[in-house]
Design a protein around this ligand. Structure first.
Ligand code: NAD
Ligand code: TYD
Length: 338
């Protein structure tokens, strides 16, 4: 589709910021609006290089706020909706904001869109976690959904709401269901960045349970390519799994990280398991493969590059660990709409 102007939600988060950078390379002239609430998970340094970009407009706002959407929607041809609360452990401790952001926030975005026929595509970013755990084999797009954490349950609500607005109201919705992403700019609360940065500081690596849980690790740029392909060639009303063929046990990843850094495996500490911890995620991504996508990065290569990135960006993650950004956002951040 022909895009002149796009709205990205959650563009200061991990995948959103990687996607904005990716999109700018692919489409140098389009106008990019980034609507982000700047929660603790956001990081304005992720897009520092965009400060001079006249066609990049940051708007600080909440997807739950209809009035901000009504200002932005007339200006754009497409939406990529990343904004969400994303950390499973936080959803176990404090699920309320997950329900509000994922479910109510996504509802608000879709409901508001009914009045804006100029928007040709709503690419909803869902997750492979909505299928729940699978011991053998892989889930297809039409497999039953069986989420097991408040995070994945609220993401399931959002996913199905997006579909319902296609089916019931004819909104141009496409749903992407990526597996676990990793790569530069990921918040240090997540498994791979936490283990890398702790290992760099010779701190313990808290491995849940027996470390036998399996995730299918997708390099974030490979994910960006898949999402971009869906913008161009995805079929309205369809959901697409995005996987990586990189299924690895957590314990193996922990060992790989300490080995890459030349540290001792004794840093790895087995700790109490996460409540309701899904054993294995696995999706069959034949459908998007048929559209012409497949991941390029091998896990070993991607992990080495990611370790290198965190080694070289200590100033970035030390600030995050100290909570400096959250404190700054709470005080003030200028936003503008043009
Ligand atoms: P993240 O936590 O790094 O970033 C989320 C961003 O959304 C932050 O910038 C935050 O400020 C913003 N945000 C949160 N609530 C908001 C609100 N109410 N209004 C506006 N902005 C708000 O997340 P991520 O890891 O980049 O994930 C992005 C999306 O991809 C999410 O929808 C997530 O569920 C999905 N996903 C992530 C992964 C992964 O491995 N990270 C895998 C599959 C799917
Ligand atoms: P995470 O990055 O939180 O992603 P998700 O739970 O959404 O898949 O966790 C990835 C895996 O790593 C998951 O099996 C839980 C595990 N994990 C640990 O063992 N220790 C930790 O400190 C964290 C944050 C995660």
């Amino acid at each position: 589709m022909n895009i002149n102007s796009i709205l990205i939600t959650g563009g200061y988060g991990f995948i959103g910021s990687n996607f904005i950078r990716f999109l700018r390379k692919k489409l140098p002239d389009i106008k990019i609006y980034n609507l982000d609430k700047l929660t603790y998970a956001a990081n304005i340094e992720n897009l520092k290089d965009f400060e001079e970009d006249k066609n990049y407009i940051f708007v600080r706002g909440d997807i739950k706020d209809k009035s901000i959407l009504e200002i932005l929607y007339p200006k754009v041809d497409a939406i990529v909706h990343f904004a969400a609360e994303t950390h499973v452990d936080r959803s176990i401790i404090a699920p309320g904001e997950f329900i509000m952001t994922e479910v109510y926030g996504t509802f608000n975005m879709l409901e508001t869109m009914k009045n804006f026929k100029n928007i040709k595509l709503f690419l909803h970013i869902s997750t492979d976690e909505i299928y729940g755990s699978i011991e053998k084999g892989s889930f297809k797009e039409n497999s039953p959904l069986n989420p097991s954490s408040p995070y994945s349950a609220s993401k399931t609500g959002a996913d199905r709401l997006a579909y319902s607005y296609f089916k019931t109201f004819g909104l141009p919705v496409i749903i992407a269901r990526p597996s676990n992403n990793y790569g530069p700019y990921q918040h240090v609360e997540k498994f791979i960045p936490l283990f890398i940065t702790n290992a760099l500081d010779n701190k313990e690596l808290p491995l849940y349970g027996k470390g036998e849980n399996v995730r299918d690790w997708l390099y974030v740029i490979d994910n960006c390519e898949a999402l971009f392909l869906l913008l161009e060639k995805g079929k309205i009303g369809e959901a697409y799994n995005i996987g990586a063929k990189n299924e690895v046990k957590n314990i193996e990843i922990a060992k790989k990280i300490v080995n890459i850094l030349g540290k001792d495996e004794s840093l790895i500490k087995f700790v109490e398991d996460r409540k309701g911890h899904d054993l294995r995620y696995s999706v069959d991504w034949t459908k998007i493969k048929k559209l012409g996508w497949q991941p390029k990065k091998s896990f070993d290569e991607g992990l080495k590059e990611t370790v290198e990135w965190y080694k070289n960006h200590r100033h970035w993650w030390e600030k995050v660990k100290r909570g400096e950004f959250s404190n700054f956002y709470k005080k003030y951040y200028k936003s503008e709409i043009q």
